[in-house]
Design a protein around this ligand. Structure first.
Ligand SMILES: [Zn+2]
Length: 110
């Protein structure tokens, strides 16, 4: 969250923004972040900055796995890896391609 705030503040300074109203985040569905927690933590961090009081708009994006048996990439929109098998070959060994990352999508400001 600290890194998100510093990106927002830097971006705002670059564009001579007076106030940041909302920040759109895209978050991998396997991330252990929680929307409510993120907003609280962000409120705490952003106090006294240009982004104080900004609303976080979280968009959850499906995780992408790669099958270790056949190499197929497939997306899951679950938050857990339990009970998932490869749609192509049925194996249950995967590596994670994406799903735990988060980044800033857009920003509403004036
Ligand atoms: Zn497979």
């Amino acid at each position: 969250m600290q890194s998100i705030l510093s990106i927002v503040v830097r971006h705002a300074a670059m564009h001579h923004v007076k106030k940041v109203h909302a920040i759109g985040l895209s978050v991998g569905s396997l991330s252990d972040l929680e929307e409510e927690w993120m907003q609280k933590y962000f409120n705490h961090l952003s106090a006294g900055t240009i982004a104080e009081g900004a609303r976080l708009k979280v968009e959850w994006v499906p995780a992408v796995l790669s099958c270790e048996a056949c190499g197929k990439h497939f997306a899951i929109d679950k938050t857990r890896l339990d009970g998932i098998s490869c749609p192509a070959c049925g194996q249950k060994k995967f590596s994670l391609v994406s799903g735990r990352e988060y980044h800033i999508k857009d920003m509403e400001a004036e």
